[in-house]
Design a protein around this ligand. Structure first.
Ligand code: 5GP
Length: 127
């Protein structure tokens, strides 16, 4: 079934400037901003500007220029926030929740960049 993008989602509204955000980086095709409810000292959301529902949608349908821009933006966010493995923050975790079992709350493609402390094991039991 084709993905249906809801342009009233909160990140679409951030992209249109209807809701403020704490921007970390903006590129031609991507925006990175601090999560409103951080789970670690560094918790940045990186989103493409295009209308993609989730990572799977983006990876399947985005033009290569957008995919490259997005990945370079992630690298730059890690450098800016200091969590790149070769920087002072000593590493990060990248998460992209997708769909119901992935417990994705906002239906606009995003990755979470988390770091600034030891993050423990990868998964917790479902609550
Ligand atoms: P998801 O569960 O969809 O992967 O994560 C959505 C994330 O968006 C959550 O970590 C949540 O705190 C964050 N979030 C939700 N609404 C806002 C908002 O208005 N501004 C910002 N900066 N983050 C938000």
């Amino acid at each position: 079934m084709p993905y249906q993008y809801d342009d009233q989602n909160i990140f679409a509204r951030i992209l249109r400037g209807e809701i403020p955000n704490d921007t970390v980086l903006e590129t031609v095709h991507s925006l990175a901003f601090n999560d409103i409810n951080p789970q670690a000292p560094v918790h940045v959301l990186v989103i493409p500007k295009g209308p993609y529902v989730c990572y799977h949608h983006f990876a399947q349908e985005a033009p290569e220029a957008e995919i490259i821009d997005f990945n370079r933006a992630i690298a730059e966010v890690c450098r800016i926030t200091g969590v790149a493995p070769d920087g002072p923050g000593d590493g990060f975790r990248m998460i992209s929740n997708a769909g119901r079992n992935g417990v994705q709350e906002v239906p606009h493609m995003h990755v979470h960049i988390l770091g600034g402390r030891a993050l423990g094991r990868m998964l917790q039991p479902a609550g």
